[in-house]
Write a protein that binds this ligand. Structure first.
Ligand SMILES: [Zn+2]
Length: 415
């Protein structure tokens, strides 16, 4: 979370305003010194002592409440921090700084709830944060994301538009706004069913039997992938089912994609005409992306992400045909490496390149299992949950760099 929003603690000067015992005043002064030195815990101690000496001095008491709020805030005890500010506001009129601080507390609380997937509660808090400080684009950006994942498109659009008014130069927000408008045009009016950990969105005219089939496979994917990899969804995930051209309109995907994960699992209806098997594979594949990406905060290379998602497909196997095809391409294109493969995934309209990219990603993933053992690959997947750096965690788990593993893989493939 970017920290443009931050907590400001303003020293409270009471010397000239109140007549008080010297010792209480001294304690208060010392408390202020500790605040300035950044030692909040000791400052709190001195405020408490000062308050004990002069329990009726409201200025000291308000100072104590606010510094204690900061201590609560640092410990992420947001509710307690807000309670303190509320109590202080009953004694004296909150300043603008107080309001901004409470806004920051609500913002941080909302961010924490958002990370946990508790979107409705996150929305309540971010709206309070905005009400107290309507001039910070960062707050609107988070509000937009929360609304977006609640599929409250109009709200999300308004939040992001507000953010762009306050701060024009935000490319990522502009793009997100653009995509959301397209998505909203398709999904406004979709029905919603809540089946933890999924929220299913679908067009009303869709056959309910199909929806239960999707749900059935999602449940299967959840159980079997959790059993196999010990990876679970850490938050509720929206699953959107499209019919006809809706998938293409909402996602701007060209080519033959039938599913997509971009924080939401998106499934195109077409699969059903090709039989349940395809639908099952698509759902397991996209669930694989969801469970991998949502449980970790590192940037996962596309080849690994796609390799793993294919590993999750129940019908996927390494076969001679795939290996021969990849080998053939590599023979005639000697400069291909996995970095290039990552960029190939962007060549959306070239089926041949796309097929090669998926196949080689899958083969590399399966090579890791073959060479280092499935238990180690599973360990790596789970280590990624706490990881800050894909490469570093890879090295710590496999005791080899990805570049060296890649060389081993290419050598074995071309032998
Ligand atoms: Zn994929």
């Amino acid at each position: 979370m970017k920290k443009s929003v931050f907590f400001v603690f303003v020293l409270i000067f009471i010397g000239s305003l109140f007549c008080m015992a010297e010792t209480a005043y001294e304690l208060f002064e010392q408390a202020n010194n500790f605040v300035q030195a950044g030692d909040i815990d000791t400052a709190l101690l001195y405020y408490k002592k000062a308050h004990q000496k002069e329990p009726d001095n409201t200025a000291i008491y308000v100072g104590l409440l606010k510094i204690e709020a900061l201590v609560f805030y640092n410990k992420k005890q947001y509710q307690e921090a807000i309670k303190n500010y509320y109590e202080a506001s009953q004694i004296e009129e909150p300043t603008d700084v107080d309001k901004e601080n409470v806004s920051v507390i609500y913002f941080s609380w909302a961010a924490e709830l958002y990370e946990k997937g508790k979107l409705a509660e996150a929305m309540e808090n971010i709206e309070r944060s905005i009400a107290l400080n309507p001039n910070d684009p960062i707050i609107y950006n988070l509000a937009g994301r929360i609304a977006y994942f609640l599929s409250q498109f109009d709200k999300a659009i308004t939040f992001w538009e507000n953010s762009l008014i306050l701060s024009e130069n935000q490319k990522a927000i502009e793009q997100q706004l653009d995509r959301t408008k397209k998505e909203a045009a398709v999904e406004r009016g979709f029905l919603k069913r809540y089946f933890n950990p999924f929220t299913i969105y679908f067009p009303g005219q869709k056959d309910p039997g199909y929806i239960s089939k999707v749900l059935f496979y999602l449940d299967q994917a959840k159980d079997s992938i959790s059993y196999d990899t010990r990876l679970d969804l850490v938050k509720n995930t929206p699953v959107i089912i499209y019919i006809g051209d809706q998938f293409k309109q909402a996602t701007e995907s060209t080519g033959r994609a039938q599913g997509l994960y971009d924080g939401k699992i998106r499934i195109s209806e077409q699969d059903v005409s090709k039989g349940d098997k395809t639908l099952k594979n698509v759902i397991f594949h996209e669930y694989g992306h969801a469970v991998l990406v949502s449980s970790s905060s590192v940037n996962i290379p596309i080849w690994f992400n796609e390799g793993f998602a294919q590993y999750c497909e129940p019908d996927k196997k390494v076969d001679d045909k795939k290996t021969a095809f990849v080998r053939e391409v590599l023979k005639t294109n000697k400069d291909i490496n996995m970095d290039k493969v990552n960029s190939f995934f962007d060549t959306k309209d070239n089926d041949y390149v796309i097929k090669f990219s998926y196949d080689i990603s899958y083969l590399f993933f399966m090579f890791l299992i073959d060479k280092y053992g499935k238990h180690r690959v599973i360990l790596f997947l789970n280590n990624l949950k706490r990881s800050k750096d894909f490469e570093k965690t890879f090295y710590e788990t496999f005791l080899i760099k990805t570049s060296a593993a890649e060389k081993q893989f290419f050598d074995q493939l071309m032998r």
